[in-house]
Design a protein around this ligand. Structure first.
Ligand SMILES: [Zn+2]
Ligand SMILES: [Zn+2]
Length: 659
């Protein structure tokens, strides 16, 4: 006969430092904190539970009942994860406030996201606008001020509750509860004094203990979103917002956001005439206007020089190819829905989404000996990828773009040095823009992979060695590599401290097999080369967008569409201005003459708005003396007087040293 199951009177909890705490059965996070000290009971707001069920650790509410054997970390405001708990709780407060103000509002979901949170509403009789925000924020403040207790409770008779709230029109909440009804939990706001339930939502948490923790928040914007992200469902109103532990943190965030808006490349594109995307051409297809054309030319010049120095061969390949090529490469079996196609003379053609198969065909055109390797083929290859028009975003997400692409075909023993050279190249290039590595990630073999396990192990070791030898800190994303090879992703930090994924180095054991690539090794046998895909900027379009925001449109001298604005003081100085412009152009300087009839002050202002790096004011004195009086943008220095030759020389030297 087995003994009756009785709960033990106490449970044993382990703290992160290994110390053990014995607590009464049913003890909560709060009880644990209180057993350590009253200060901690006040400072902590949630628990991170690690046990067999949650080996990675999971955040629970502070009133979560701890289990015997749990390892518990108490979460305070100092822990970065706690911000998510605050933000998600604030989302419920937003929902509660909206329902208080708009009684017909139905609530859907409200997760924390990067930099904040959102909540989705269905409000039949009202379309929310930012004008409604102050009113909603005031209501949220009221809810926060009274300090409603927040409790997590299991949904006891879930089926009945589903029916009840569906009857009240809360169809989204009912759907969620129905889906999770076997072990659904509810979020309750409880009145501090009366102990009565005031409001509830369906949610598994985690939340802060009560609403008084919410002190600094702001509603940011409102946008349309479909229920469950499905366009065939009801469109909801999504309110984006954010919350921080302190007003200072919130204000700093709002300032950063304003600065990012001021630098938005789509806004600057209009002000500075940089690029456009037209309805008649189609979404995600970019027109580079002359001003951004100059920037691109400079980027291309830089690349050409670095490629020559790096031992690359430049190739050019067509924008489309017969289906046959994409059948060999495998694109038709896993990438077809992203490819544009057409039929000509009964033959199917596909626009290239990648350059790789074209480069393998070039490699394959000749026999190669081991002595010739590595062969590095580079191309500014324009590719087309179908993406839904809804996700297009300025230069960040487009359908047609040019990659600064290259493929290195090498022997296995050359992987490490090739990778080091690529890292050096990436480092050198981004330094020219005052940008540095932010994060470097190595992604290794996934469960499903092609190729030989030894090749994978050797390649991964070579990548690690290269990163170490270069002295880069990196993270390993175990099992996150593509099925065909490990890769390194490089994130770059811009002037606002934002991180951008640009460069990638990807090893490939798949395409060389599919295309039957080989080289003659020193022992006379045929071997398969290693293929390395690498891009530095990634896409020139996207990188141009990053650069516009990085410089806030004020490009440095070497990239500036117009480097010098000559501003004649009066009409009688135009002739001398034109003569000076001619001289500067001959010295390869990009120059414009402002022949407007307005006063010099207006001309200076115009040049400043156009963010031109140098202004030359030309009056009687300069016209006679043949000198130039230069005002450099962004410096407090008074005008500098130089000879025309010295001015041209100065610009040439600055540009020449840029890369
Ligand atoms: Zn919740
Ligand atoms: Zn490639």
């Amino acid at each position: 006969m087995s003994k009756p199951l009785t709960a033990p009177a106490t449970i044993m909890i382990t703290l992160p430092d290994g110390t053990q705490k014995e607590l009464p059965h049913g003890a909560t996070g709060y009880d644990l904190a209180a057993s350590i000290g009253p200060g901690l009971a006040k400072a902590a707001l949630a628990v991170v539970v690690t046990n067999a069920e949650h080996p990675e650790g999971k955040i629970f509410d502070f009133n979560h009942a701890l289990q015997d054997g749990d390892t518990i970390r108490l979460l305070t405001k100092k822990d970065p994860e706690s911000l998510e708990v605050l933000r998600h709780t604030c989302a419920h407060v937003l929902a509660q406030a909206v329902q208080n103000l708009y009684p017909s509002a139905k609530i859907a979901i409200g997760p924390a996201i990067e930099d904040g949170f959102y909540y989705d509403f269905d409000i039949p009789e009202h379309t929310l606008t930012p004008e409604d925000f102050p009113k909603i924020e005031t209501e949220m403040k009221n809810i926060a001020r009274v300090g409603q207790k927040l409790q997590q409770r299991p949904a006891e008779d879930a089926a009945a509750l589903v029916q009840k709230i569906r009857g009240e029109g809360e169809i989204y909440k009912a759907d969620i509860l129905e889906k999770y009804q076997d072990n659904a939990t509810l979020y309750y706001c409880v009145d501090q004094k009366s102990g009565e339930d005031i409001w509830f939502d369906v949610c598994e948490g985690p939340h802060v203990p009560d609403t008084s923790w919410i002190k600094a928040f702001k509603l940011l914007s409102v946008a349309g979103a479909y229920w469950r992200g499905d366009e065939s469902n009801q469109q909801l109103q999504r309110v984006y917002a954010t919350a921080f532990w302190s007003k200072d943190d919130l204000n700093a965030f709002i300032e950063r956001r304003k600065e990012a808006e001021r630098r938005d490349h789509r806004k600057l594109a209009k002000e500075l005439d940089l690029f456009s995307i037209k309805d008649e051409i189609g979404p995600g297809l970019v027109l580079w206007h002359p001003n951004l054309g100059v920037v691109r030319q400079q980027l291309e010049e830089m690349l050409k020089k670095k490629l020559r120095q790096g031992g690359y061969d430049v190739v050019y390949t067509p924008h489309l190819a017969k289906r046959d090529l994409w059948d060999i490469s495998g694109h038709t079996s896993h990438y077809l829905e992203n490819m544009f196609h057409m039929e000509i003379e009964g033959q199917e053609y596909l626009l290239k989404p990648m350059n790789c198969p074209m480069h393998t065909m070039i490699f394959k055109s000749n026999l190669h000996s081991y002595r010739e390797l590595p062969i590095r083929l580079a191309e500014l290859g324009t590719v087309y990828r179908y993406e839904k028009s809804g996700v297009m975003h300025g230069l960040n997400r487009v359908r047609g773009f040019t990659q600064d692409d290259a493929h290195i075909f090498c022997r296995p023993d050359q992987i490490k040095t090739e990778i080091i050279d690529v890292i050096q190249l990436i480092d050198d290039i981004f330094k020219c823009f005052g940008m540095a590595f932010d994060q470097v990630e190595l992604s290794t073999r996934p469960e499903k992979y092609v190729g030989d396990i030894d090749d994978w192990n050797n390649a991964e070791a070579a990548l690690q060695d290269a990163l170490k030898e270069y002295g880069l800190d990196y993270e390993v994303n175990e099992g996150d590599g593509a099925f065909y090879g490990p890769k390194i992703d490089f994130k770059i930090k811009d002037a606002l401290g934002r991180s951008w994924q640009c460069s990638t180095v990807q090893l490939d054991f798949n395409l060389p097999t599919r295309f039957g690539l080989k080289f003659k090794d020193s022992d006379g046998t045929d071997k398969q080369p290693i293929m390395i895909h690498r891009a530095i900027f990634g896409s020139l379009e996207r990188f141009a967008g990053i650069l516009i925001e990085h410089y806030a449109g004020a490009f440095p001298l070497w990239l500036a569409p117009t480097q010098v604005a000559i501003l004649p003081i009066a009409d009688r100085h135009i002739e001398a201005a034109d003569a000076l412009a001619k001289q500067l152009k001959a010295g390869d300087v990009r120059v414009t003459v402002d022949t407007g009839s307005d006063k010099i002050g207006a001309k200076i202002r115009r040049a400043e708005l156009a963010k031109i790096p140098a202004m030359v004011v030309l009056g009687d004195k300069e016209a006679e003396s043949g000198t130039v009086s230069v005002r450099w943008k962004g410096t407090d220095k008074t005008d500098e007087t130089l000879t025309t030759e010295a001015f041209i020389q100065h610009i040439a030297t600055t540009v020449g040293n840029a890369f």
